[in-house]
Structure formats: C-alpha cells, structure tokens
Design a protein around this ligand. Structure first.
Ligand code: APR
Length: 235
C-alpha cells in the first residue's frame, strides 16, 4: 500500500478488537455472555424497560473497568496519524470506551455512544459521567430520575450517521480495524466505500464477516499491524 501522496480522504472504522490488548473484552470472542445473560439481552431498550437495575449494573461495571485501562500502541498510532495527516481523516469508532481520545485522537465519532456519559431521557441532555448509575441519581440539570447510559442499544439509531456517510462518500481509503463485521450499519460501510471507488483495507486478528469485500486484509494483533500500517502511510 502506498504512502501519503496517494490518498486525500481517509475513513477508519474501529471496533472492540482495537481495545482488546488494553484488556477490554471484545463482544463476540468471549462468547458474548455476562453473568449468564447474553450481551444482546442487556443491550436493548426492552431489557432496560424490563430490568433497569440489571442493565445499569452491567454498564456500571464496564464504565468502572474502562477507567482502569490504558490506550495501546494501536490507539497511539491512529492518534499519531490524526495529528500528522493534513488532508481529511475521520475515525469512526463503534467502541464506547475513551481510549482513542485518551491516546490523543481528535477527528473521532463515537457512533455507538460513550460509556463516560449519562443521557437524561427527560431533558435530553448528556452529562460527563464516571460513577455508577445504579444509584438512580438525579439529572444535574432537570433533577429528574431518568438517566441511562449514553450508549446505542440494539434496535436504536447510531449517532451522527449523516456525517459518517458524507465522509465515506468522499473517502479514497477506507480502513476497518478490529471489528467482526457482524453489526450493521457499520458492517455495511465497506460496501459503501467500494461502490464509491475507495480502496479498502482490513486490519484484524482474523478475517471478518465482510472480509471478501476488502481489497487487502492484514491479519495480526492491532498493537502490531496498526503502527506498521501508519508508519507506511506516513513514510
Ligand atoms: N487485534 C485485532 N483484532 C482483534 C484483536 C486484536 N488484538 N482481538 C480481537 N480482534 C478482532 C476479533 O477477531 C473480531 O473480529 O476484533 C473483532 C471484535 O469483534 P466484536 O467482538 O464483534 O466487536 P465489534 O465488531 O466491535 O462489535 C460491534 O456489536 O455488540 C455490538 O455495539 C456493540 O460496538 C459493538 C458492535
């Protein structure tokens, strides 16, 4: 793959695999279970309506856990690319951890929301949030008791899709990192990119579900293959 001069607009999609070596479990590699619940069963609006305490407990646990973790060389390499790349670049992450921004990435969209925010469903304001939500604390603005994790659940619309599709429409390089390609709409981005003429590259531990749509697949741990790719691009 050639260097800087060949590309002007890059869109990078990341998933749980980029944070795996920071010690954050991926969704599907561990079987997708938590305390005898399928992860999908605690990540839906229906689950929250049925058993809000169970869902809050799950997200409280994950919110606490990510604060103990550190960005790894893959996050750091993307932050380095973001800082050095003078043309357009957008990192779209499905991850709700904050490791991209802690590594220093700036041009970033959290399409599935963020662990470190709470969303008041009464006044519709999102608040920075580090502690548990299980205590049912009041919203700091309206005082109501309707805070939920600001994460996109199955069946809900991911955030900022207009901006993402606009960037994909202009991309000449689309790179997918550490995602299984199992969850739409993110899993469909590669198809969009190919149809619009972009080159497509996959960096993953193993071939993803949409692997055949990529012009090139590089397999290996993100902490190794992402810095290698960034070095090549910036060489
Ligand atoms: N380096 C690179 N890739 C890795 C690594 C690693 N160290 N470890 C695991 N992977 C790969 C796995 O092989 C798998 O293909 O990362 C991918 C992780 O896939 P998933 O667990 O399915 O995570 P993701 O694709 O991000 O899930 C998408 O599903 O549950 C929902 O909303 C949730 O954002 C999430 C979405």
């Amino acid at each position: 793959m050639a260097a800087m001069g060949q590309y002007r607009n890059i869109v990078i999609l990341t998933g749980a695999g980029i944070s795996a070596e920071s010690g954050i479990d991926t969704f599907r590699s561990a079987g997708g279970w938590w305390e005898n619940h399928r992860v999908e069963d605690v990540a839906t609006p229906e689950a929250f309506a049925r058993d809000p305490r169970l869902v809050q407990r799950f997200y409280d646990m994950r919110r606490a856990a990510i604060q103990e973790k550190l960005p790894n060389p893959a996050h750091e390499a993307l932050a380095r690319l973001d800082a050095a790349w003078t043309s357009k670049l957008l990192i779209v992450t499905q991850n709700v951890d904050d490791l991209h921004e802690r590594a220093g990435a700036r041009r970033l969209i959290h399409m599935h929301g963020e662990h470190l925010k709470a969303w008041c469903t009464l006044c519709d304001i999102r608040h920075p949030w580090r502690g548990p939500l299980l205590d049912n604390l009041p919203c700091p603005v309206c005082g109501g008791h309707a805070l939920r994790p600001d994460v996109v659940w199955f069946g809900e619309m991911p955030y900022r899709m207009g901006e993402i599709y606009a960037a994909l429409g202009k991309a000449d390089l689309f790179v997918s990192i550490g995602t299984s390609g199992a969850v739409y709409p993110a899993a469909g981005f590669v198809q969009n990119a190919v149809e619009l003429g972009a080159r497509t590259l996959e960096l993953n531990l193993e071939r993803s579900q949409g692997s055949r749509l990529f012009h090139e697949s590089r397999l290996g741990p993100a902490s190794v293959i992402v810095p290698q790719w960034v070095d090549e691009l910036l060489a």
